[in-house]
Design a protein. Structure first.
Lengths: 139, 865
């Protein structure tokens, strides 16, 4: 099981307006022990996040209404510890650099291999734990 | 996105661009090379896009509709560019290609706009339905057609009324406007039930009173006659629905009307068909659609007209016991008469548990009193009849019947690569028919899923993180180690195929394998493509696996997380049986697969085949093949003008230790810069693929110098035929090699036979290919054909895809790593030398096999001896 520091399953939030992406990622990450919730738009996903925080958020970039950049901004404001990964089929260098300035953990271009995303998520988990332990030491 | 396709359509519907102005002078040779290079580059780009799409189907990628649309648009433009480049090279000789391109582009646009269910025949025999028809026959019929093509099972014969007929019916009866309005309301989540029901009611009534489009009833009468022709007794039909998504993502169980006992008369079948179609707008189906496809309005329906089986016993098999999803037990339920009683739970049934193993065993029988049964009357009606008292409490199935059913269920589970829910019937003569087979989806509690990662820790892992995924999935079975030259005839049902190399020959047993693991190979090989088509879980490049496993030991492959376990991992099997999302059947995968049907399949093989013409191009790959071959012919034809080329040192003779007489035309990087202008030595050849062929030709013992004993008949034969007859004079002249650093096109004329190798070879496996062609000879056709047989045997042994026709052999190989391509070209070099005059020795049929064996064993001197 994939767990975080408090030994509870790692919670993964996936937002993509094409249902196949969420369904597929849920299947893959549940199998290796993540707790996964999927949404096809930003607002209900953030509502869920407000109730029960997530460790990692994977969001599509281009969505009607709230786009991935806005999701990123809101997640960062709500829960700075959560790591946000943007996946997109519309890769523009400017958007990527904008996203990095706003604190995205990684920017992945669709189509991608599942192990690519797995690697990024594992790195994001490690990064999150590292920041936490540093924070605890400072205290 | 659709504006993109509008634009593309607009761009290509115009078809042909204006003809370029053709000058009187032939192009200077340098310019021709340059144009040829551009054709190659354009074709490679198009082929790369096709390969990229194919790879996405492994299940290991996340892609979406956007990817499919942009890639399709890119491909349409790339293929168009290939044609443009060919036209540049050939002075606009092939304007017709633009029309073909426009037609295929239009089909692709229709596909992406969800209109592909309108393209194709309105009636189709189940035997004729192939994957390219899946969109128009619907999900359930696709399964039936797949089983019809499978010789292990028997499916009642029948035909499909396709979705094309559904659209024709709507248009002919002027229901299109009403349907459009209904579909757009259905797609709108805000529409109320009342307004939808009103429109649905109108459509329902409109369909029920619809008339048949002209000619349709006659055409159907022919299909019915064909069914009658093969029947011994009066037959009746069952008319059942097959919606596009039916039995794929969703079962639609019982949502649409089925009409049973229909007499085989065109008007009666049509009436029953209308009832089936009208049920698409019935209240039950409407609610089901709203619930399962919120926001989706479009759905079309096909129907299947099948002979009804006069069933004595019927029932269901679950190839896995739902109570223990990872276990080895299967369940068979049956009762007297037709299957309705069992399917609808109308009467008590007998239940049997069997162990799902290579030789199944019966482990439990629960026999009940079965007082009633439904039977087909001589008038085609289904009537409920009382069962004879002494028969009621007898088991409805004998042990032999149970075992036969278990074997079929086991086979279908392997065939469809998932647990199956199968409907079957034994008729009164004791023949077993399979009426339906659909994926068996089991519920697994969320809690059980959470414990999966922990449970997996208890198993011994043989390999982790090794290899590349050719096709995702989970498979379990006993190991069967396969050597490349092994016969696959006795491959055990349900085994895991483990091999050192990958091979497209494995296709022969893919319907029986649980999984495939190879030590070398790439996810873009022909075998990998076949694994994706047939849904075989497959890992390639798993170094050392053949030494880690023993023949016959059971292993579990998880080709999703790159894990191979020793033993049977029941939790993974339970997980497989409980995943509702069968990703390969999702809308996006199906769309991409259909797109590949229109683009990647190759029908046009060789200029020597009769159908090699622009009008016969059925896919983009066909166009690319035509473009490539035509460009090569154009280029080689300038080789005829030896003087022009030799004088300007554009074609340079090679100086080899054997008298092969080759002129090399270097179009870039094929010869060393310091190479002399005449008599180029072997060491100055820098073209990787060409050098590999020459290495083979120069291999000791290959280039035999003995004079063949040509008989009088052979001599007469060679004198009566001129080589030009065979090839319309295209290749008369020197042996010519068109080369670049990574490319070779070598055309040989040795005496009376023609040999051609076209190959690309670089570090990117996906681009690599070898195309080999051999034709002719000095002897009579029998001997020449035997030599063709010999060459075919050798090529097949090296895993080429081979086709032969008389004395013509064509072999293809592709998507393999550079080292393998080089090795194969070396072998072909040896083959060229070895078979040069061998037709003279082909005295009988055995000779072909004997000499092929000698070649495979490296005994090249056998010819001189």
């Amino acid at each position: 099981m994939t767990v975080n520091d408090s030994n509870r399953p790692c919670r993964l939030l996936i937002i993509d307006d094409e249902p196949i992406v969420g369904k597929r990622l849920q299947q893959v990450f549940t199998k290796i022990g993540f707790e996964v919730e999927i949404f096809t738009s930003g607002p209900p996903a953030l509502e869920s996040m407000a109730k029960h925080p997530f460790d990692i958020v994977v969001t599509d970039l281009k969505m009607a209404g709230m786009d991935g950049i806005e999701v990123l901004a809101r997640v960062r404001a709500m829960n700075p510890e959560a790591r946000v990964i943007i996946i997109t089929g519309y890769a523009q260098p400017e958007t990527a650099s904008d996203a990095f300035e706003r604190g995205v953990f990684e920017f992945i271009v669709k189509p991608f291999r599942l192990d690519q995303l797995k690697d990024v998520i594992i790195r994001a988990m490690a990064d999150r734990e590292l920041c936490r332990s540093r924070l605890n030491q400072d205290r | 996105m659709f504006f993109l396709f509008d634009k593309l359509r607009h761009l290509f519907s115009a078809g042909r661009p204006p003809l370029p102005v053709v000058g009187g002078q032939p192009h200077p040779a340098r310019l021709v090379f340059d144009k040829f290079r551009r054709v190659l580059a354009a074709n490679n780009r198009s082929l790369e896009i096709i390969a990229d799409m194919g790879e996405k189907l492994s299940g290991h990628f996340i892609f979406d509709q956007h990817y499919i649309e942009t890639t399709a648009a890119e491909l349409i433009q790339a293929v168009r560019h290939s044609i443009d480049c060919l036209q540049e090279l050939c002075n606009g000789q092939f304007q017709e290609l633009y029309d073909v391109h426009a037609r295929l582009s239009d089909q692709i646009c229709s596909l992406l706009e969800g209109r592909e269910d309108r393209i194709g025949p309105t009636l189709l025999n189940l035997r004729q339905a192939t994957p390219e028809h899946w969109a128009i026959v619907g999900g359930k019929n696709a399964h039936l057609a797949e089983m019809t093509a499978n010789s292990t099972v028997t499916v009642p014969e029948g035909f499909v009324i396709t979705t094309c007929m559904y659209h024709a019916l709507v248009d002919h009866n002027e229901l299109r406007a009403l349907l459009d309005s209904f579909e757009s309301r259905l797609a709108d989540l805000k529409s109320t039930d009342i307004e939808l029901e009103m429109l649905a009611k109108q459509l329902n009534a409109g369909i029920l009173s619809a008339s048949a489009p002209p000619g349709f009833l006659d055409e159907m009468a022919e299909h019915l006659q064909r069914l009658l022709d093969g029947a011994q007794v009066p037959i009746f039909l069952a008319i059942r629905s097959s919606a596009q998504e039916e039995d794929l993502d969703y079962s639609f169980a019982g949502q649409f009307q089925s009409i049973l006992g229909v007499a085989p008369r065109s008007d009666l079948v049509f009436k029953a068909y209308l009832e089936v179609v009208a049920s698409l707008f019935g209240p039950k189906a409407l609610q089901y659609r709203r619930r399962l496809f919120p926001g989706e309005g479009k759905m079309s329906i096909a129907a299947c007209c099948q002979r009804m089986i006069d069933a004595e016993i019927s029932g269901i098999v679950h190839s896995v016991n739902p109570a223990e999803p990872g276990g080895r037990t299967m369940i068979i339920a049956g009762a007297w008469g037709q299957g309705e009683m069992v399917v609808e739970g109308m009467s008590p049934t007998d239940t049997f548990h069997l162990l799902n193993e290579e030789e199944p065993t019966i482990i439990k029988r629960i026999i009940t009193e079965k007082p009633l049964g439904r039977f087909l009357s001589p008038l085609g009606q289904l009537t409920t009849q009382a069962i004879d008292p002494e028969q009621r409490s007898r088991p409805c199935l004998t042990d032999d019947q149970l075992l036969a059913l278990a074997r079929v269920a086991r086979h279908l589970e392997n065939f469809f690569k998932r647990p199956q829910d199968i409907e079957w019937a034994f008729d009164r003569t004791g023949d077993l028919y399979i009426l339906q087979s659909r994926p068996l989806v089991l519920r697994q509690e969320a809690e059980t899923r959470k414990t999966l990662p922990a449970a997996l820790k208890g198993y011994e892992i043989l390999a982790a993180g090794r290899g590349l995924i050719a096709q995702q999935g989970i498979g379990v079975g006993p190991v069967h180690l396969v050597d490349l030259h092994d016969s696959l005839d006795d491959f055990p049902e349900g085994a895991v195929l483990v091999s050192r190399r990958d091979s497209s020959q494995f296709v022969r047993v893919m319907h029986r394998t649980a999984a495939i693991i190879t030590e070398v190979g790439t996810p873009v090989s022909h075998m990998a493509t076949l694994c994706r088509e047939m849904q075989v879980p497959c890992l390639v490049n798993v170094t050392g696996i053949a030494d880690l496993v023993k023949e016959g030991e059971e292993i579990t492959l998880d080709a999703e997380d790159l894990l191979i376990y020793r033993g049977r991992v029941t939790e993974l099997l339970a997980y497989r049986a409980s995943t509702t999302l069968n990703v390969s059947e999702s809308r996006e995968f199906r769309l991409l697969r259909r797109l590949l049907n229109h683009t990647a399949r190759l029908h046009l093989l060789d200029p020597l085949w009769d159908d090699f013409a622009p009008k016969n191009c059925r896919t983009f790959h066909d166009i690319l093949r035509f473009v490539h071959e035509t460009a090569v012919i154009k280029l080689v034809s300038i080789g005829k003008d030896d003087h022009r080329l030799l004088r300007r040192h554009l074609a340079r003779p090679l100086d080899l230790p054997i008298p092969a007489g080759i002129l090399a035309i270097d179009i870039g990087g094929g010869l060393a810069e310091t190479a002399p202008e005449t008599a180029v030595p072997f060491r100055d050849v820098t073209s990787v693929p060409f050098k590999a062929i020459l290495r083979g030709m120069l291999f000791p013992g290959v280039w035999h110098r003995a004079t063949m004993p040509v008989g009088f008949k052979d001599l007469m034969n060679s004198m009566l035929r001129t080589p030009g007859d065979a090839l319309n004079g295209q290749y008369i002249g020197h042996n010519i090699a068109v080369i670049s650093a990574n490319y070779v096109n070598l055309s040989f004329r040795f005496g009376y036979h023609f040999n051609l190798i076209d190959a690309h070879c670089d570090s990117f496996s996906r681009d690599n290919h070898i195309y080999f062609r051999f034709l002719g000879g000095a002897t009579d056709l029998t001997k020449r054909s035997r030599r063709a047989q010999l060459i075919a045997i050798i090529l097949k042994a090296f895993d080429f895809t081979v086709r032969t026709k008389g004395d013509l052999v064509i072999g293809r190989l592709g998507n393999i790593p550079q080292s393998e391509i080089e090795r194969m070209l070396d072998i072909l070099g040896r083959l060229i030398g070895f078979t040069r005059q061998i037709d003279v020795l082909m005295e009988n049929d055995l000779a072909a096999e004997r000499y092929a064996e000698a070649f495979l064993n490296g005994m090249y001197e056998v010819i001189s001896n």
